[in-house]
Design a protein around this ligand. Structure first.
Ligand code: UD1
Ligand code: MG
Length: 467
């Protein structure tokens, strides 16, 4: 989370997220669709986090339990309490704000209003909106677009005072030529605006209660004009369909890669590197092309990841090398070397200096310091002691068709090539298992175990067989 910008006691944010979002064509509410590792709503809440608000209220549709769950998940990350309020019928943005106003505690005197689908918004821009003189009843973010189609247009008088916002569908031809648009983000004086919002009608082209009608009401009633604050146009874009979702995700990723590069991470080809916004990476680390880092992943200092490594919810230690690897829920220790072509599944823990090589799969397994699994092995539901050597083709036979069982391999043990370790089974410290063994019984420390049929050699018997 970025550092705190300002403190705003008495100010609440209201996030409008009850809309129907039909253009998304999805059973999942639009605001829960993800871009660069966070939901759209999560990006908006993340932009609020550094502002120091007193509370955050999200307006949701009825039966949106998954949206409520997402809001609850953000509670710990926002310094303000975040709650939801249900808008029973989607009767427009003004109606949504009306519902929210009624749900805010009395201590709230100022309200920051945002849509839930604008993931590119930065805290700095919201701070500039909050910097509007609190004696002004309404501040709004506006911007000038080459193609203002679809947005509400900002009408001003001869002196430049904001008079009104006219929606696309209610605008006449000359109003449609106005290129200054309403971003749909406001800061409001609650005492002045709440009664106006409560009185909003729905006499317009969409039959909705427009929040934007507050602007005209203020100008008309002499309560003071709204004040427009210029916003960077690329930050206010809403995500209305999946093409815009992909565009927004690309911008979010690019911003995060730039932050990382400025903080000392080398990214060889940013156009082909995909790093979620919550992934932290230490200085002097290098990301090679084709790398995807997702979720709660972190990478230490001086690590090398890629080419084409795909890590989800992984911790990568300092100096580790993770070549062409798929890993999910794995902890990769300091100076570990993984890959190419390894698959680390959830519950994998590789201690410092471990080597896991090509075509090795691990799952729910701890591999102790300095141990080696260099090639073609499966290590699942296992404990491998420090310094052990698991040779080529070893399999922990963990599943009997009904249950999973554990394999324990002691420190410094040597498991020869092609060995099947039929779990539950333990191989003691510094024990040695001969190549090609099928081990079904425990091997004591420092013992030598060989479990394979004796070789039969019949002199001359192959003569003539191979033509
Ligand atoms: C709104 C503005 C428009 C502005 C544009 C910027 C109004 C009337 N118009 O239009 O001037 O240019 O945003 O993007 O406000 N929502 C609810 N409940 C509802 C309706 C909407 O919670 O009943 C939420 C939506 O989920 C969305 C936000 O309010 O997050 C904005 O609603 P939307 O329908 O997208 O408004 P626009 O038509 O885009
Ligand atoms: Mg919209």
């Amino acid at each position: 989370m970025s550092e705190q910008l300002t403190e705003h006691p008495g100010t609440a944010a209201v996030v409008l997220a009850a809309g129907r979002s039909t253009r998304f064509r999805s059973a999942t509410p639009k605001v829960l669709h993800r871009a660069a590792g966070r939901s759209l709503l999560g990006h908006v809440l993340g932009a609020l986090a550094p502002l120091g608000l007193e509370r955050v209220l999200v307006v949701v549709a009825p039966d949106a339990q998954d949206v409520e769950a997402e809001v609850a998940a953000w509670d710990a990350q926002l310094r303000a309490p975040v709650t939801t309020v249900v808008q029973l019928e989607q009767r427009g943005t003004g109606d949504a704000l009306d519902v929210a106003m009624a749900a805010l505690p009395d201590s709230i005197t100022r309200v920051l209003v945002l849509p839930g689908d604008t993931p590119l918004l930065r805290p700095e821009t919201l701070a500039s909106l909050l910097a509007v003189d609190p004696s002004v009843p309404l501040g709004m973010l506006t911007t000038v677009l080459d193609d203002p189609f679809g947005y509400g247009r900002v009408l001003r008088d001869g002196e430049g005072q904001v008079l009104e916002v006219v929606e696309e569908r209610d605008a006449d031809a000359s109003q449609r030529r106005i290129r200054e648009i309403n971003a749909g983000m406001y800061v409001l004086d609650r005492a002045v605006v709440a009664p106006i919002v409560a009185a909003l009608g729905s006499d317009n082209a969409q039959g909705e209660r427009y929040l934007t009608d507050v602007v005209a009401a203020l100008a008309r009633d002499g309560a003071g004009h709204g004040v427009a604050v210029d916003a960077p146009s690329h930050e206010i874009a809403g995500v209305n369909d999946r093409a815009q979702l992909a565009d927004a995700a690309a911008v979010l990723r690019r911003r995060h890669l730039e932050r990382l590069m400025r903080a000392g991470v080398s990214i060889i080809d940013p156009a082909h590197t995909y790093v979620d916004v919550d992934v932290a990476i230490g200085e002097e680390s290098v990301l090679l092309p084709g790398t995807i880092l997702e979720g709660a992943t972190s990478v230490g200092v001086g690590a090398v990841v890629g080419p084409s490594s795909h890590l989800t919810d992984c911790i990568v230690g300092d100096g580790a090398i993770v070549h062409s690897t798929r890993a999910d829920g794995a902890t990769i220790g300091t100076d570990v070397e993984v890959g190419p072509f390894a698959h680390l599944r959830p519950g994998t823990r590789l201690e410092a200096g471990v080597r896991v090589g090509a075509f090795v799969q691990t799952k729910n397994a701890t591999v102790g310091e300095g141990a080696k699994v260099p090639h073609l092995a499966y290590v699942g539901d296992a404990e491998v002691g420090a310094g052990a050597n698991i040779a080529c083709g070893v399999v922990t036979v963990n599943y009997d068709g009904r249950e999973k069982h554990r394999t324990t391999i002691g420190e410094g043990a040597f498991i020869g090539c092609g060995t099947m370790l039929v779990a539950p089974v333990t191989v003691g410290d510094r024990a040695f298992v001969g190549a090609g063994s099928t081990i079904t019984e425990d091997v004591p420390p420092e013992a030598l175990a060989i479990a394979r049929a004796r070789q039969v050699t019949k002199e001359g018997r192959a003569a003539g067989r191979l033509g």
